[in-house]
Design a protein around this ligand. Sequence first.
Ligand code: C2E
Ligand code: CA
Ligand code: CA
Length: 736
Amino acid sequence: MSARAHRSPLTYQVTLTVLALAAFALVMVVGFGFYAAVQADRVSLERQKIFFANGLQDQIAAVEREQESVSVWDDSVTNAKSGNQAWMAENLSVWMYSYYGHNRVYVLDDASRPVHAMREGKVVSPDLYAEDETALRPTVEKLRGLIARPPDATGAGGPVKMVAEDLVALGGKPAILSIMPLVPSSDRVTQARGSEYLHVSVEFINDTVIGKIAEKYLLDGAHLLPLSQSVGSAAIPLMDSRGVILGYIGWDQERPGLTLIRKAGPALIAGMLLAAGALAFLLRRLRRTSLALQTSQADAQYLAFHDTLTGLPNRALFEDRLLRALLTTGRDTARMALLYLDIDRFKHVNDTLGHPAGDELVRQTAARLQRMVREIDTVARLGGDEFAIILVDIRDTRVAEDISERLLRKLQEPFRLMDDQVFVSASIGIALASGPKVDADDLLRKADIALYEAKKNGRGRYQVFAGDMDDLLLRKRKVENALRRALRGGTEIKLAYQPIFAADGRTIVGAEALIRWAHEIHGALPPQQFIAIAEERGMIGELGQWVLREACRFAADTQLPWVAVNVSPLQLRDAGFAGQVVSILAETGLSPARLQLEITESVLLENNDTTRMVLEALRRSGVGVVLDDFGTGYSSLNYLRRHVIDKLKIDRSFVRLLDEDSSSAAIVKALIDLAIALDVEVTAEGVETEEQKALLVGMGCHQMQGYLLAPPLEPAQLLLLPGLSPIQSRPASVRA
Ligand code: C2E
Ligand code: CA
Ligand code: CA
């Protein structure tokens, strides 16, 4: 079964969907994690920058505060103005270096000329101021401007704090610059506005300074980045008041997001691997389940299209193959043949050897057939012992016949069933299709009819469907099937009862049971026709028994003097018939004297020993025998004498002619006289007019039956007639 190897599209789709979802989930988790980390890092970086900016601002403020401690002081004003170098070094410059770490200090006079200078703790020549002057001058001028400006008109802010600060680069090194005027701290010293000396303090922003800031905010690796060096994202520019960048402060960026990822990473990866493992397991389970499902589906499909006993294609698959075969014949000129094969007397094998043997026979037959045909042909079991074989690509009828011949020979070889050696034969009906317009049902029907012909012509043979096997055969088969169904327990088949009257035309002496078939289609068939089909299809025995039992049962429950039942000649050929009648009488409790069996002349003509014995046995048992349709067959006084008959029924064709011409009246009169001479009763059937009745009575006829007196009636209607009410209770003594 190649279907099992295939991946089902459903499994494939589900797997794909699950994998896509898993991939999506993974991307989402990783993506979000990454995004969050980056976002956290970004926010953190902003904060770090703010820390450094604030730190720098604090540092500038510190420089100012430190400077203020010396610039607002009476002694500073007087000593600076008096040019006391020693005092200035001790209190305004070297002190600033040693105590606060200011790198350079200048004292400028009221014209902003240097009067004192200090670099890195050493007093130097004031001339060195020239080196820094360009960088310092804007701030110096800014302060001079501040001093020159009159106090705030509103006066609300009090005295303005005199300070000008900025960031500058001295010799390429960024530095904090702060300039303040030297002002008195008390009233003891006075100083005219505009005559102030200035105190200039410079603190380089070196790694020590930056380290102090970084330490305060717990940031690592902070250092000064000169302009020449490229900077990363963890850096802030050192910018002067005009927006010129003097350098950068850089540090090792703190990345909380990245750290988190690094720390949580292994656990996350382990979790994902675990999830992937679970997913893989589930997908494997899914695959296995769907595989199992597919397998059972394939099994179910196989069962749906194959016969369990033989493994052959069943009817459904057969019909499909047949349609396909017909399609290909339609396309090209190739022909195909349909063989309908049926084991002869299969029922006999079943009945004598048992069903297991019957099954074994079917199985072995199937195997033989399968072996005999080509791979491209189809052998199917249609049910019971019926097989159909589709032979494709058949050159002509001869080929199909040859194959059939070989099949039949093969089946004639002995079968070993259980411990018995069994010989069987089979019959084959062949139908060929060549045109594109062939209908599958039609072909089947033809093969079926041909098979029926083969059986009729003596079994163990094949028969090619000939065009003249007409539709009647088909109809017969349909009727047969419908009859079988009806017999098996339907209510379709019923009996009607036509009363038979004494010569007075009023007293009911008995009734004839007449079969009725209430079938929607075949019910229209007159009894004579479907009785003929039942006879032809070998089911008259079954049908006859049913009629007999039904009629006896009915009569036993009524006060009807007797009931007449029609019997087919074929029933009388069965040696067991008399025995059946006796047992039905016993079964229903009807006295034999109350049963009459109507037979036809042909039975007597047959001169068959079995029939004769059966008739004698019947009469011995006390059952009446009536010769029906008297006058229509080869009436012979000989057989009337030889066989013992209780009654003659003059056929209605004579009765009908009664009022037409006198010669027929003479014939009827002769028939009645003959009955009287033979000392048997005589009944006239088909009495339709008063004239006929009067004539018959006049001729001495004992009993009459016909539409004039009563048509065939339903049981209930019959019982409404006077004197025929059903027996209420039926004691055993009455039955005997
Ligand atoms: P049959 O045995 O001659 O039965 C009498 C037939 O004549 C019945 O037809 C009945 O309805 C019909 N008939 C009765 N009175 C008149 C009348 O006044 N005028 C005319 N024209 N016909 C009348 P039915 O029921 O159609 O049966 C036809 C035949 O079918 C029977 O002829 C009998 O041969 C056969 N048949 C009926 N029932 C059975 C049965 O249970 N077993 C067998 N083996 N044959 C049966
Ligand atoms: Ca009859
Ligand atoms: Ca008759």
